[in-house]
Design a protein around this ligand. Structure first.
Ligand SMILES: Nc1ncnc2c1ncn2[C@@H]1O[C@H](COP(=O)(O)OP(=O)(O)O)[C@@H](O)[C@H]1O
Ligand SMILES: CC(=O)N[C@@H](CCC(=O)OP(=O)(O)O)C(=O)O
Length: 329
């Protein structure tokens, strides 16, 4: 007996229309950004549960299939802390960076490369043979030297923490040219002493975004964006220039310091926009790009025509309606 022919009901046609509109509205943005590189930093604090991680992978693969060149740089701070705890190794942060002993360095590398990176590569590759994991050690991608931050006027030794001295984009460019999605762990090697170093993942993502000439740096974290008066208020700054951010930097604390320093570095070195968005929101990457108001904080270069304060709305408009220099090009 043959199957009856199913006709689309008028209700189904009706409910499908908004979806079609969303896709059509995204078309100009996708056309303008075709072939552009987007560096996406996935913070350890944003890797809250399996659904969120799976949605993150879907968003990244969506961008890749839409013709962009996503590069993922991942964190793993809480995961490292938990592993250090299990190994009975104490850990503390100074100037927003983990004081990393030699023993702790082994754990940092094991967790970032062997655990977090592998998991993300696995999730992305559920959608096809796309993701390839590398660390900053591979093909001299990230070279570092020992970092000694200045705290209260003194240079402080915080162990195996690296300060980036050089980025070689060769391996990442080759992967992108091959249609792959590089997934980068923020471990670096020093050419001077041969040691491996722990590099903050925000710093690594920003340096890679600048070196790759990326269009956008997107930083996914566990807050809605940069709060104006944290922790007293949860008023998110929706947009600010590099100069405005520079003024705010001394007031920032904890994990926001490397994040916002990274955003500043990126937009001062050729990246059109740097965004801090809430990774706890499912599909935050697509929402940031495609919704009218965007969902986080966007940093734009100086001289971008912002004459109306940190949350103003002049300049070219992107798919998120908040202006994006890349779209003006
Ligand atoms: N001005 C601010 N706005 C938002 N968050 C802030 C601010 N200052 C400090 N923070 C802290 O920074 C944290 C994000 O950094 P971090 O914990 O390193 O996240 P990730 O693992 O995503 O890199 C927030 O959870 C918050 O506690
Ligand atoms: C030097 C330094 O602090 N390195 C970080 C590297 C991981 C990281 O940055 O992870 P998140 O992005 O999740 O914070 C650390 O050891 O925690």
């Amino acid at each position: 007996m043959s199957e009856p022919i199913t006709k689309p009901s008028s209700t189904r046609k009706h409910t499908a229309l908004p979806k079609a509109r969303i896709l059509v509205e995204a078309l100009p943005w996708l056309t303008r950004h075709h072939g552009r590189t987007v560096v996406i930093k996935f913070g350890g604090n944003a890797m809250v549960n399996d659904e969120l991680k799976a949605a993150f992978a879907q968003d990244v693969v969506f961008l890749r299939h839409a013709g962009l060149r996503p590069v993922v740089v991942h964190g793993g701070g809480p995961q490292i802390s938990a592993a250090l705890d299990r190994h009975g190794i104490a850990s503390e942060f100074k100037a927003g960076l983990r004081v990393t002993s030699e023993d702790a360095m082994d754990v940092v590398r094991m967790v970032l490369v062997g655990q977090v990176q592998r998991e993300l590569v696995g999730l992305l590759n559920q959608h096809g043979p796309l993701a390839v994991g590398i660390t900053g050690e591979d093909a001299h991608t990230i070279t570092a030297t020992k970092h000694r931050p200045e705290i209260d006027g003194q240079l402080v030794d915080i162990g195996r923490v690296g300060e980036i001295t050089e980025i070689d984009t060769g391996a990442i460019e080759a992967l992108l040219a091959d249609g792959r999605i590089p997934v980068v762990s923020s471990i670096a090697r020093s050419q001077d002493d041969g040691h491996v170093y722990n590099v903050n993942a925000d710093t690594a993502a920003a340096a890679l975004a600048a070196a790759l000439g990326a269009e956008t740096l997107m930083v996914l974290t566990d807050v809605e964006g940069l709060y104006e008066d944290w922790p007293h208020s949860d008023e998110v700054i929706s947009r600010l220039t590099a100069a405005q951010l520079e003024q705010l930097l001394p007031e920032l604390s904890l994990g926001m310091v490397p994040k916002m320093e990274g955003c500043l570095h990126a937009v001062r070195n050729g990246v059109s926009t740097a965004r801090v968005i809430d990774g706890r929101v499912q599909h935050s990457i697509l929402l940031e790009i495609f919704t009218d108001e965007g969902i986080g904080t966007m940093v734009v270069p100086d001289g971008y025509g912002l004459d109306d304060g940190a949350t103003g709305a002049t300049g070219a408009t992107d798919a998120s309606g908040r202006g994006d220099k890349g779209d003006a090009a």
